[in-house]
Design a protein around this ligand. Structure first.
Ligand code: C5P
Length: 224
């Protein structure tokens, strides 16, 4: 309590990209650095929560005081998350690949310069939507992220409903903002009642404020 308002709570955070192998040496990935998710995991731990960080491949060190589980693919990330249930809080910041391919057993060879391989993309599980589904083990609070490049609030509100999560932290990741891979973030927090715009802040400060909001939410009895 007080200084460590999440003492006794359990939390799951997903972070980073996923890598979807194409063959033994190639993969499909994205530019997520994991910075915001690692900062949230660290802030939850600093607030006293028992935190599991399920991370895709990143160059970041494990946050102090956090159980870090490293995974590669979206399907591995989902399995690692399900193994964390039940928990009180889930925050999904990972930039999960939307698709995977069935990887070739051997390195795909160039044959003639004109012959290009065709990759058949298959859907990946939606981890946030899965964690949000009504279930006896659903976390009490599920928070998703929405990286958008236009109509940020509208798209994020729609995403909140589609995914079934409680809150969405939305941000504009247009290249000009420098947010993707940068140290700062400018977000909107969207819940069932509305939308709150936060100023541009260091990602650690965004994490700190989000954790303060989570603590307030968990200390407020339902139906008040
Ligand atoms: O659908 P979209 O990728 O825009 O949704 C972003 C939110 O959903 C993020 O919270 C992200 O971590 C989560 N997500 C997920 N599993 C996926 C795709 C997205 O958990 N396969």
């Amino acid at each position: 309590e007080g200084e460590r308002p999440l003492t006794g709570r359990t939390a799951l955070v997903t972070a980073g990209p996923t890598h979807e192998p194409v063959d033994p040496v190639r993969y499909i990935a994205n530019r997520s650095s994991g910075t915001q998710g690692y900062a949230i995991a660290a802030a939850l731990a600093a607030a006293g929560a028992d935190v599991t960080l399920v991370s895709g491949p990143t160059t970041l060190p494990d946050p102090p005081g956090v159980r870090t589980v490293r995974v590669e693919t979206a399907r591995e990330m989902l399995a690692a998350c399900m193994a964390c249930l039940p928990c009180d809080i889930a925050v999904c910041t990972a930039a999960v690949a939307d698709w995977h391919v069935v990887p070739a057993a051997q390195k795909i060879k160039k044959t003639t310069p004109d012959a290009v391989p065709t990759l058949q993309l298959l859907p990946n599980p939606d981890i946030l939507a899965t964690l949000s589904q009504p279930s006896p083990t659903r976390p009490r609070l599920v928070v998703g992220f929405a990286a958008e490049t236009e109509q940020v609030a509208d798209h994020a509100r729609a995403k909140r409903l589609r995914k079934g999560c409680d809150w969405i932290v939305a941000n504009d990741v247009s290249p000009a903002t420098g947010i993707m891979g940068g140290t700062e973030n400018e977000v909107m927090l969207i819940d069932a009642t509305g939308c709150e715009h936060w100023p541009r802040l260091d990602k650690a400060e965004v994490a700190h404020r989000l954790v303060a909001r989570i603590a307030t939410f968990l200390h407020t009895p339902p139906n008040t």
